[in-house]
Design a protein around this ligand. Structure first.
Ligand code: C2E
Ligand code: CA
Ligand code: CA
Length: 694
């Protein structure tokens, strides 16, 4: 241990010597700095840094009291002991009060060493205390900062369940200032939804059985619309008030996300209407509710909105959302007393009502008319034709789910029927609907499989020479279950199920592939006609599809002819003229199929840039026996020639029909008489020699 450094304020050398001797005698090794003036004292306090100060009371031009006062300011931790002649009791007490550590009378000097030792021990103890205090303060500060920063609400409770302390998060969640939280019962501030009692019971149980607190579940609280889940821990610190610490997490955001997911699973976000799932549930609930007291009568309309895909293509999904919202508004207005409405899919709405069949006969057309009235969207007038399938409970179905399917079947039943825009369910539709659904799935598979679909080719023959001048490609489906299927069965299905484009593109690609194959084989093939369905012709992608396929296959556009029906062209005559013009500019040929069966505006027909008219087979069939059919055929042939078009007769089966058509000036013929549609290899064998015309 280093020598003890003692600063001694004393003007008498004898007294100084006495102190020195006393300490030496007591074995206290000390480095003593003796000073007798204020300046030297102050200097020594700073330079010498004493462990202890001894001072006389009376010093010339200075005083022990002043020395004490200076120590208090400059070195408050250094013990100071008065070593002095007799000192009155009052003065002695005063010095102690002013901060002196002790005082020793000069005539009792023997006490000095022990006084010094005690003073130093005191100082050490005080220092240790102060360090501990500082450490505790730092720890408290850390704790406080942790609690402040915690994203959890932390609340400490006493044995009565009252809040002892709470962190800022707890105060933020509860909306109470920290000070006002203290003393309140936890269950009053953070009650479980609808029940203060549940929380109170839980707190009481936790206080009673602290051992079981950890890991046990705790009721959730709702405070100001926020959801808080708690976990608790018991505090075992004997003699303290704190018994229970609870930490609560605000899970409002998670709950909202869950609610949102639930919403999206049950509602259509664009219109806020129930979706299919929710609708079936709601319908079922209504059925149950009514079944209890009275016989249940419920009708449902499955409504298909048309042209939405087209509008979505051109105007985007927002436009569709706006349209649906507007249409739902109309439906609600017409339907009156709380009907059940839903958006079943992008283009399907549903409505359930308690009207009976007779009332529905008036109601359904009314709803459909309301839906089909012009609608302004983004400053543009839109007409959205609507069709409905209607089914009734209990007539057509036993429960909500069946009712929905029956209405869907009724709708499917009229999808390809232009004469009606609504129909009531009939049991046969169910079978048809089931079969159609299956066929649809199988058609998708066929398109992917690529070995079920084939093209057959039927020659188109020059009626004067019998020479093959063209081929019509006709699709065949080798169905795994039903063997060969007529396109009349699956083309309309492809049309209403949105598969037509894929199917049409498959056909185009296959024709191009076959032309390339023939070329490789050194076979000179004539132009091949491809049937285009109305929806393909209406699709905005037609031109790009054709361009892409021709480019991919390296096929020249003038090797292809497109067969279009009159009605396909007449849906939008002006647009058709433009589209046909673009097709012709690429070198493609165009013929009008099934001519005479549809309604054509002659003025448009004149403007359609087409190459050929195909007289529909229904006129050819009875041309020999039916004078009207003969007259119509002649008229079509004459009119075609007037318009400078070639005329093709379809369905020529007999030599008589052929002769009559030839006499009427018809240019080309196509039919079983010359050749049935045949596979590509068989067809190639026919090239180069005339086909029979009688
Ligand atoms: P369509 O374009 O009028 O085709 C002519 C139909 O008449 C073909 O029936 C053909 O096999 C049949 N036919 C040909 N000659 C005679 C005959 O002398 N007598 C009789 N009674 N019938 C004859 P198919 O192949 O069953 O095609 C039916 C319809 O399916 C076609 O009518 C066409 O509208 C459509 N179709 C066929 N292939 C395709 C295709 O690849 N794409 C599109 N979009 N439609 C197609
Ligand atoms: Ca055709
Ligand atoms: Ca035809």
């Amino acid at each position: 241990m280093n020598d003890l450094r003692i600063l001694h304020l004393e003007d008498s050398p004898d007294d100084a010597e006495l102190v020195h001797a006393t300490l030496s005698l007591a074995g206290l090794a000390a480095d003593i700095r003796l000073v007798s003036t204020r300046e030297a004292y102050v200097d020594a306090l700073e330079q010498f840094a004493p462990d202890l100060i001894l001072t006389d009371y009376r010093i010339p031009r200075f005083s022990g009291l002043e020395g004490l006062e200076i120590r208090n300011r400059l070195a408050p931790d250094v013990p100071l002991i008065f070593v002095t002649g007799s000192l009155g009791d009052d003065l002695a007490v005063n010095t102690l009060r002013l901060g002196a550590t002790d005082f020793v009378l000069k005539d009792r000097m023997a006490r000095l060493p022990s006084a010094i030792r005690r003073a130093l021990e005191d100082r050490d103890r005080r220092q240790a205390h102060r360090q501990l205090d500082a450490e505790l303060a730092a720890q408290r500060e850390l704790m406080r900062a942790t609690l402040d920063a915690a994203q959890a609400a932390i609340v400490v409770l006493d044995a009565m369940g009252a809040i002892v302390s709470a962190n800022p998060m707890a105060s933020r969640l509860s909306g109470c200032a920290p000070a006002s939280l203290a003393g309140q019962a936890f269950w009053d501030v953070f009650p479980a939804p609808q029940s203060v009692d549940a929380t109170r019971e839980r707190v009481r149980a936790a206080l009673e059985w602290p051992d079981a607190v950890a890991g046990s579940s705790w009721p959730m609280s709702t405070v100001a619309g926020r959801s808080v889940v708690w976990s608790a821990g018991a505090l075992a610190s004997p003699g303290r008030r704190e018994r229970l610490v609870l930490s609560g997490l605000d899970i409002t955001a998670q709950r909202q996300a869950e609610d949102q997911a639930h919403y999206l699973g049950n509602y259509d976000p664009a219109t806020g209407l129930p979706n299919r799932t929710r609708f079936v549930d709601a319908l079922a609930a209504r059925c149950r509710q009514r079944a209890a007291d009275e016989p249940m009568v419920m009708a449902m309309l499955m409504i298909a909105l048309q042209r939405l895909e087209e509008i979505a293509d051109s105007d985007g999904e927002e436009a569709i959302a706006a349209i649906c919202t507007a249409l739902v508004g109309r439906m609600a207005a017409v339907a009156g007393d709380e009907p059940l409405l839903a958006r079943i899919s992008d283009s399907r709405l549903a409505l359930a009502t308690t009207l009976d069949r007779g009332e529905l006969e008036r109601f359904v057309p009314h709803v459909l008319d309301a839906l089909a009235a012009p609608l302004a969207v983004d400053g543009r007038q839109r007409v959205i034709p609507a069709r409905a399938g209607v089914a009734l409970l209990p007539d057509d179905a036993a429960d909500a789910r069946q009712l929905l399917r029956a209405a869907e079947a009724a709708l499917l039943g009229i999808e390809a029927d232009a004469t009606r825009n609504y129909a009531f369910y009939t049991p046969a539709q169910s079978d048809q609907a089931r079969e159609r659904l299956q066929l649809e799935a199988e058609l998708r598979e066929a398109l992917a499989a690529d070995d079920q679909l084939v093209l057959h080719y039927q020659p188109q023959v020059d009626l004067r020479s019998g020479e093959i001048v063209g081929l019509e490609s006709l699709i065949r489906w080798h169905h795994p279950r039903l063997a060969w299927l007529s396109p009349a069965r699956f083309i309309p299905l492809a049309e209403v199920t949105g598969l037509m484009n894929a199917l049409g593109n498959w056909t185009l690609r296959e024709v191009c592939r076959q032309l390339a194959q023939w070329e490789r084989d050194g076979v000179t093939a004539p132009v091949v006609a491809v049937n285009l369905s109305a929806s393909q012709f209406a699709a905005s992608t037609l031109l790009t599809d054709i361009d892409r396929i021709l480019a991919q296959c390296g096929t020249r556009a003038d090797r292809l002819e497109l067969e279009l029906t009159e009605s396909a062209g007449m849906r939008d005559p002006q647009g058709s003229v433009a589209l046909m013009t673009q097709l012709r500019q690429r070198g493609l040929k165009i013929s009008i199929d099934d001519f005479g069966t549809g309604y054509s505006s002659l003025s448009y027909l004149k403007r359609f840039p087409v190459n050929r008219l195909k007289v529909d087979q229904s006129f050819v069939r009875d041309i020999v026996t039916d004078a009207d059919d003969q007259a119509i055929s002649r008229a079509i042939i004459a009119m075609g020639h007037q318009l400078k078009l070639e005329v093709v007769a379809e369905g020529v089966e007999t030599g008589d029909q052929c002769a009559l058509l030839t006499a009427a000036g018809c240019d080309l013929g196509q039919g079983y008489l010359m050749s049935r549609p045949v596979a590509a290899e068989q067809c190639a064998a026919l090239f180069g020699k005339p086909l029979p015309l009688s």
